[in-house]
Design a protein around this ligand. Structure first.
Ligand code: PLP
Length: 368
């Protein structure tokens, strides 16, 4: 049996009849940069997330960038975040000229260790950028307490967690800004690059809207120095059609996760843990696996694909040499980067495929 990591072609076939007419409509109207299809999608997402405003942008990376620009975070500022995330999180901080300040992660949730945040605050700290990794929201109560105490903004990197919830509140709606990515492999994927920002603050929403279009306030009047961070009309149309399926896709991911977690009980593998009050969306189903690389090879030979997110924490990359970190600075992130393995969890996969993948994992250890 083959168990691919994703099956985006199967997903396309399942929504083709809804997506293609919407795409064709955009083509016919030629409103292809922003336009009504993007506006419709923005309204749908705002409603889905329970936030007042949504601003479609060109990517998740740009959502983070525009959020920091709107908050005027820049040179001389520090932003606290995690070293165990996709590159773009800290990349956005550095791109506005601010300094990424890392805190280590919690080994249970893979998210920022909230107890370490307060001690990373300095007089230059401007914001906290929590990352809801793999589809699980950080401990936002604690993060919001620290933010309130030191008057810091919160920009949530919710790029992996659209639809995730904590006590009935959706990812992206805790901070000043929540940022989403619709990169094709995400739980809600576009036909190319796209991203989105949500906020409840009307002034910040207006500013972010201007910034995504060069900072233009009215035609050829520029109030800020922004950039071209506009969402394509086609992506708006695709995403609005697909959003209707997101809840059932996330439900299917949770069902797949349950199969794995049951199979792995009592095995050498540590399944991901869901913190109390959280609804996980399993953007990734990530286990801690002894002899991780050997297991990955074994699975590959048996037709089961898997992936490592992320093999090297951000503080150890060459581009951050100037931060003068060294190995050992964030030991939990460093250790877990050697043990994490994400297994196929996509909603298009059948329960038979998930069971097969789980059995192959167990088979690997039974032979040791
Ligand atoms: C995908 C992702 C991003 C960036 O999104 P793009 O749309 O690819 O630019 C940022 N942060 C995290 C945690 C992500 O997973």
């Amino acid at each position: 049996m083959q168990v691919p990591f994703l099956d985006l072609k199967a997903q396309f076939e399942s929504v083709k009849s809804e997506v293609m007419p919407a795409v064709e409509q955009v083509c016919a109207s030629q409103m292809v940069c922003l336009g009504p299809a993007v506006e419709n999608f923005e309204q749908s997402v705002a409603k889905y997330c329970g936030s007042k405003h949504a601003i479609g942008v060109s990517s998740g990376s740009d959502a983070l960038l525009v959020s920091l620009m709107a908050l005027e975070v820049g040179a001389g500022d520090e932003v606290i975040t995690t070293p165990f995330t996709f590159f773009a999180t800290a990349g956005a901080i550095a791109r506005v000229g601010a300094k990424p300040v890392f805190v280590d992660i919690d080994p249970g949730s893979f998210n920022m260790a909230t107890r370490d945040i307060a001690s990373a605050v300095t007089p230059r700290t401007a914001a906290i950028m929590p990352v809801h990794l793999y589809g699980q929201i950080c401990r936002m109560e604690q993060i919001m307490e620290v933010a309130a105490e030191y008057e810091l903004a919160i920009v949530e990197d919710a790029c992996q967690s659209i639809g995730a919830a904590q006590k009935d509140k959706k990812a992206g709606t805790f901070g000043q800004f929540g940022c989403f990515s619709f990169y094709p492999t995400k739980n809600l994927g576009a036909f190319g690059d796209a991203g989105l920002i949500v906020t409840d603050d009307e002034d910040l929403a207006k500013k972010a809207k201007m910034l995504r279009n060069h900072g233009q306030s009215s035609q050829y009047d520029y109030e800020f120095i922004g950039g071209n961070f506009r969402m394509d009309g086609i992506q708006g149309a695709v995403l609005d059609a697909k959003l209707k399926h997101l809840e059932s896709w996330n439900e299917k991911r949770r069902a797949n996760a349950e199969i794995y977690t049951e199979k792995f009980s009592g095995s050498p593998v540590k399944p991901p843990m869901v913190e109390p009050g959280n609804v996980h969306t399993y953007h990734q189903y990530t286990i801690l696996a002894p002899k991780r690389d050997e297991l990955k090879d074994y699975l590959n030979k048996k037709g089961v694909s898997s992936a490592v997110f992320y093999p090297k924490p951000l503080h150890l990359h060459k581009c951050y040499d100037y931060l003068e970190h060294r190995e050992g600075d964030f030991p939990v992130a460093e250790q877990l980067s050697k043990e994490v393995l994400s297994l196929p969890i996509a909603p298009e996969l059948s329960s038979e495929q998930i069971e097969y993948a789980a059995d192959k994992v167990l088979e690997f250890y039974s032979k040791k």
